[in-house]
Design a protein around this ligand. Structure first.
Ligand code: MG
Length: 454
């Protein structure tokens, strides 16, 4: 990256709410964004206690810069992205996604509903710190509108993209856990409209997240797992705080890894469309490549980050993409991780294939993963990566992928060493055809880091 960013992270600004992320901060930042957009901007937020406060501040900043504002209310991030792509010149989403309740964040969108590009982020920071945003004259101040129809359109369009008759006929029993996040406004309605028997958990919007932590990881989903088993449900579904990620629990109560969900949907999308471009990150499973080989897909791997995947899908007119954490992207619908389309598609797969989720997962290519991390000070990270890449190049014939960190590809698996952007650590992931080899590969990766971080 040519220039250091002063505020923006991988997707927007995320901070402790009302400490760093005050209304004054949000308003000025929104005015800087509005200076760039100069059009009609949609604004939405997740269910956090601080979201209404920040929504009003962002609206004021946008109006001040001369933009018109459309208030979409409280809704999932992908619903805002959907609305922006369809109707508006830009969008702002107030959310801290899966982070604990005290955090909040601001995501800025371009006219396609994709997170704004790096150059616009730098321009906004420059206005924020070194100059002044546009402050419109009294007669140029924008108008405020409301649109409370976007959620219904968003749900209905997702339904129109799948075989809803097949889903209805399958009489699926579904348990959905929205973690009191923004999915509470979409997921239960979507599943009911698809004719399923739906049981809701934590589907009351609540910024204290009383039922569970907003991050949909296995340890936070124990209640969902036991309800799925208790009710003999066909599937359990869980979302994060802003409902862009989806995690599945199979009919036996097993937590399904995001890699598996990705592979399952990828297979279906490629089959239905006779191939296409699949975009994912360098840290996702070989299974994605195996399925692409079998069903005429072409895989493009980006550096880690959902925004990079979304941009690449847009640029290459891709078919489907996503990450290993349950964030799946259907670019014909929303240029970002989307939960309603993911849920509709997975229910369609269950209905059309007439198999249980555990059966479908067992038919996917099997790989074993190993993940670990090691401390390394930020100033040594580049040297460590350069030295490892140099050693591999000169002493082995393994292939190297330097898209993000150092990925070493061997015949029987791969290992990637990636510097964290926010902490003084390296993450080391490996994947192979058995667990012992995967563990050995992470051990090897860690030993390489240790050798050069002295
Ligand atoms: Mg999220």
């Amino acid at each position: 990256m040519s220039k250091e960013k002063r505020l923006f992270g991988t997707f927007g600004v995320r901070r402790t709410a009302n400490d760093v992320l005050t209304p004054e901060f949000a308003s000025r930042l929104a005015a800087c964004y509005g200076t760039q957009i100069q059009g009609t901007v949609a604004v939405g937020g997740d269910t956090r206690t601080t979201s209404p406060m920040l929504i009003e501040a962002v609206k004021a900043g946008l109006l001040s810069s001369g933009c018109d504002v459309v208030d979409l209310g409280i809704l999932p991030t992908p619903a805002v992205q959907y609305g922006v792509r369809k109707y508006y010149d830009g969008g702002v989403m107030i959310t801290a996604s899966h982070n604990p309740p005290k955090y909040n964040g601001i995501k800025f969108l371009d006219e396609y509903g994709i997170g704004i590009p790096d150059d616009m982020e730098l321009a906004i920071e420059e206005l924020y710190f070194d100059s002044e945003p546009k402050r419109a004259e009294w007669f140029e101040i924008g108008q405020v509108y409301k649109n409370d129809k976007v959620i219904d359109e968003y749900i209905d369009e997702a339904i129109s993209n799948v075989d809803s008759d097949a889903i209805r006929e399958a009489n699926l029993k579904v348990v959905v856990d929205c973690g009191s996040g923004a999915g509470a406004y979409t997921a239960p309605y979507l599943i009911r409209k698809l004719g399923c028997d739906v049981t809701t958990l934590n589907c009351q919007a609540d910024g204290f997240f009383p039922g569970r932590d907003p991050e949909p990881i296995e340890e936070n989903l124990q209640e969902l797992i036991s309800v799925v088993k208790e009710l003999n449900a066909d599937i359990g579904l869980a979302h994060d705080g802003d409902a862009d990620r989806t995690i599945c629990i199979d009919e036996k109560g097993n937590f399904v890894l995001g890699d598996k969900t990705f592979s399952l949907v990828e297979k279906q999308m490629l089959k239905e469309n006779n191939g296409g471009i699949i975009v994912t990150t360098v840290a996702t499973s070989q299974a994605i490549y195996d399925i692409a080989d079998e069903y005429d897909g072409e895989v493009i791997a980006t550096a880690v980050g959902d925004l990079l995947v979304a941009r690449k899908l847009h640029e290459k007119d891709g078919l489907f993409g996503g990450e290993e954490n349950g964030g799946l992207i259907f670019p014909d619908f929303v240029y970002g991780r989307d939960a309603v389309m993911t849920v509709a598609k997975i229910l369609e797969i269950l209905a059309v294939e007439k198999k249980t989720l555990s059966q479908l997962v067992s038919e996917l290519p099997v790989y074993y993963a190993s993940k670990t991390k090691i401390e390394c000070s930020d100033d040594l990270k580049q040297k460590v990566m350069d030295s490892i890449a140099e050693e591999i190049k000169t002493t082995t014939d393994f292939n190297l992928d330097l898209t993000d960190g150092v990925k070493i590809l061997k015949d029987d698996g791969w290992v990637i060493i990636r510097p964290s952007g926010t902490e003084p650590i390296f993450r080391c992931f490996a994947e192979s055809d058995n667990q012992q080899k995967a563990d050995e590969m992470t051990d090897w990766g860690i030993s390489l880091i240790k050798k050069y971080k002295q």
